[in-house]
Design a protein around this ligand. Structure first.
Ligand SMILES: Cc1cc2nc3c(=O)[nH]c(=O)nc-3n(C[C@H](O)[C@H](O)[C@H](O)COP(=O)(O)O)c2cc1C
Ligand SMILES: Nc1ncnc2c1ncn2[C@@H]1O[C@H](COP(=O)(O)OP(=O)(O)OP(=O)(O)O)[C@@H](O)[C@H]1O
Length: 341
């Protein structure tokens, strides 16, 4: 996937899904679908042209190549803002459901070909809706089609609505798909609602809104190595600093790794997110104990899918008391994953 934070270097022409898209939830996927369809239609057209021109003597030259203006390919593009507008306006670091690497991975799976990170600064924030369309969408991205949700707002002071976008874009001959709001049990699916669910430990709801399990991807680093002394070795995860974490506490998780060398298949585990008050911890840690697994995971990248909130983190009077509780956590996780022992 081509990623650029300079819209003038975007691959063009484009079909554009527009918004913040933090989390890439089920509502976002509805907005992305039309641009994929349009891009695939252009690929089919290209391939047909390639085939029409094909003969044995010029085989190489007539296959469609996607570089430069010489082809008709329309690039399925997500145009999003960086930093997140909330971070820009509040001046405070904004934690993300999908930090950049995760977003890119998810978009690639969906078939998006290009991510354009529009630098969100005073200049961009002060563009009127008309200026935004003309400068960014038409001149820079050479959009042929744009897709947004019905509640999309844009331009200076968020004055432009999705209908305004359609009216302005149509004056340039560009179609706008306005996707009806995708709801779950009567509530509009949004990044904010997913954050709220994660904050309260309602993992089931967060995962249903997302359409997949909320996950943490990080490298295993060394902890204090006390876990093994109480019989529960843990993999301590280092996460991107801008990753949004659910409420502190203990969770049932599924763990996999992109590397073939460590975990042969997905493993079940228990995870603690918190300060470890029992051992007078001073920093936030995210640590996982894998059920029925021993081995070395240092340096490995783990993908941890969060499935269920079990309990809040607590300060125990002794390490033995903590150990008994972790044993109970493991038992609860086995029951949850259906292999009670
Ligand atoms: C499933 C699980 C639950 C935990 N619950 C708590 C807890 O409630 N309170 C606490 O202080 N620490 C808790 N911990 C963290 C332990 O204190 C920690 O694993 C131990 O201190 C070892 O840390 P280390 O791996 O950095 O050496 C938990 C750890 C796990 C794996
Ligand atoms: N549930 C939904 N159904 C259809 N379109 C949606 C839905 N949620 C967001 N969109 C659209 O997807 C694009 C990206 O949405 P954006 O990330 O800005 O909103 P969001 O998920 O509601 O996040 P937040 O809660 O932070 O406002 C926008 O065009 C928006 O209108």
């Amino acid at each position: 996937m081509w990623i650029t934070s300079s819209p003038t270097t975007a691959l063009t022409p484009t079909t554009v899904a527009l918004g913040n898209f933090d989390g890439i939830h089920r509502g976002h996927e509805q907005v992305i679908q039309p641009i994929l369809q349009e891009s695939r239609a252009s690929t089919a057209l290209e391939e047909q042209k390639g085939l029409d021109n094909l003969d044995e003597s010029n085989f190489k030259e007539t296959l469609p190549i996607r570089n430069g203006a010489a082809n008709d390919h329309v690039y399925a593009t997500m145009a999003t803002f960086y930093p997140h507008p909330r971070e820009f306006f509040s001046g405070e670091a904004w934690k993300l459901l999908t930090p950049r690497a995760e977003k890119v991975k998810r978009l690639s799976v969906l078939g998006v070909e290009q991510l354009v990170l529009l630098p969100f600064d005073r200049e961009l924030a002060s563009l009127t809706p008309e200026q935004f369309v003309e400068k960014i969408l038409i001149q820079q991205l050479k959009a042929t089609h744009v897709s947004v949700g019905a509640d999309f707002r844009f331009g200076n002071q968020r004055l432009g609505t999705s209908n305004d976008l359609r009216a302005i874009a149509s004056s340039f001959g560009v179609d706008v798909t306005i996707v009806p709001l995708f709801t779950y049990e009567g509530e509009r699916i949004s990044s904010s609602l997913i954050r709220e669910s994660l904050e309260t430990g309602d993992i089931d709801k967060a995962n249903r809104l997302l359409g997949r399990s909320y996950s943490l991807t990080g490298v295993v680093i060394k902890g204090q190595q006390m876990g093994r002394t109480i019989g529960f070795p843990t993999a301590n995860l280092q996460l991107p600093p801008d990753k949004f974490l659910p409420r502190h506490g203990v969770y049932c998780v599924r763990v996999s790794t992109s590397s073939l060398s460590s975990l042969a298949s997905e493993q079940f585990g228990v995870m603690n997110i918190g300060m470890r008050p029992t051992v007078n911890g001073t920093s936030l840690t995210v640590e996982i104990h894998l059920l029925d697994w021993t081995g070395d995971l240092y340096g490995q990248t783990l993908i941890v899918s969060i499935e269920k909130f079990l309990r809040s983190e607590a300060k125990f009077p002794s390490l033995d008391a903590l150990k008994s509780q972790i044993q109970a956590d493991c038992a609860a996780a086995r029951v949850y994953f259906g292999n009670g022992q």
